[in-house]
Design a protein around this ligand. Structure first.
Ligand code: C2E
Ligand code: MG
Ligand code: MG
Ligand code: MG
Length: 283
């Protein structure tokens, strides 16, 4: 009897594990056709000036619209794409899609803002990023100032020698680079001196604790102060309420990105936002 129960328990657990694995395998299998079936989309989230709340930029965030499962988060499929090598095609698609969109907005006479594109660690390791970016910019006749690249702190730490060289090339091309998810990789700011970047994004995990835990609050303000010493501009990610915004602006944060100012939104909605910005300027 006990033996039987033990076996049942074992079967129960192994069935559950198999289901999870199967689900992931099926998802991964579908991922291979996602580009061809045009299931990848870009959403755009505004970045605003901390002083006056005006839109000064945007971040392009990838979405996968699965035909049965609906919208799938990049947190789910980017790691899969990194494992199976699809990330190179996805990464190129991201840069091309943003450049094509900026071109279209320019041609429509809109007051565009620079749009940031995320670059994954695998993609960075495998691709000639400056070369690819240069080609795409040339293809769309787009000024390099209209795009920005976001590289995570951990990516820079893992590939520091090569990263420094690649960043030099990007700087010569006038393509701006931001360090994403800063504070999660435990690197010192002086270590970051070797990387020619223009801005730093404080990770959401620090911002979300403002108003709750004293220590993270002090960390956020220390990051801002030290970043300014290095002449970097500072963006806070994941700003969700006025308490966080007030604290950050008091400590000199330059830009905000978060639900308080706007969610990542479909391309047409962001285009409408840009059009509204034009009316503000005309008024
Ligand atoms: P990330 O680059 O740090 O992007 C910021 C994430 O924070 C986005 O999640 C955004 O929707 C979310 N966020 C922004 N404001 C708030 C807020 O106020 N509250 C909360 N709770 N969240 C907020 P998302 O879109 O799910 O993307 C997750 C991650 O997936 C990104 O983190 C980035 O690492 C990766 N990712 C997204 N798009 C791409 C892409 O095109 N290429 C690559 N390689 N990675 C991407
Ligand atoms: Mg990012
Ligand atoms: Mg980030
Ligand atoms: Mg993040």
């Amino acid at each position: 009897r006990a033996k039987e129960e033990g076996r049942n328990t074992f079967c129960y657990f192994s069935a559950e594990i198999n289901t999870a694995t199967l689900g992931e395998l099926l998802l991964e299998n579908d991922l291979f056709g996602a580009l061809e079936r045009a299931e990848l989309l870009m959403y755009y989230q505004p970045k605003v000036d901390a002083a006056d709340g005006r839109i000064v930029g945007a971040e392009a965030l990838m979405r996968w619209r699965h035909r049965e499962r609906g919208m799938i988060s990049p947190e789910q499929f980017i790691p899969l794409a990194e494992e199976n090598g699809l990330i190179n095609a996805f990464g190129e698609w991201a840069i091309r899609t943003v450049c094509a969109q900026q071109r279209a907005w320019l041609d429509a006479g809109l007051l565009v803002v620079p749009v940031a594109i995320n670059v994954s660690a695998q993609q960075f390791a495998q691709q000639d990023l400056p070369n690819m970016v240069a080609h795409v910019l040339a293809e769309y006749g787009l000024p390099p100032q209209l795009i920005e690249l976001e590289l995570t702190e951990s990516l820079l730490m893992r590939n520091s020698a090569r990263a420094a060289a690649v960043l030099q090339t990007l700087r010569r091309m006038h393509v701006q680079v931001a360090i994403d998810d800063f504070g999660t990789g435990y690197s010192s700011l002086s270590y970051l001196r070797q990387f020619p970047v223009q801005s730093l994004k404080i990770d959401r995990s620090f911002v979300s604790q403002i108003g709750e835990h004293g220590e993270s609050v002090r960390l956020a303000s220390a990051i801002i102060a030290m970043a300014h010493e290095l002449d970097l501009s500072v963006i806070a990610e994941g700003v969700e309420n006025e308490i966080q915004a007030r604290y950050l602006v008091e400590h000199g944060c330059d830009q905000f990105q978060g639900y308080l100012y706007g969610r990542p939104q479909p391309v047409d909605e962001f285009g409408a936002l840009l059009a509204g910005r034009q009316l503000d300027h005309a008024a």
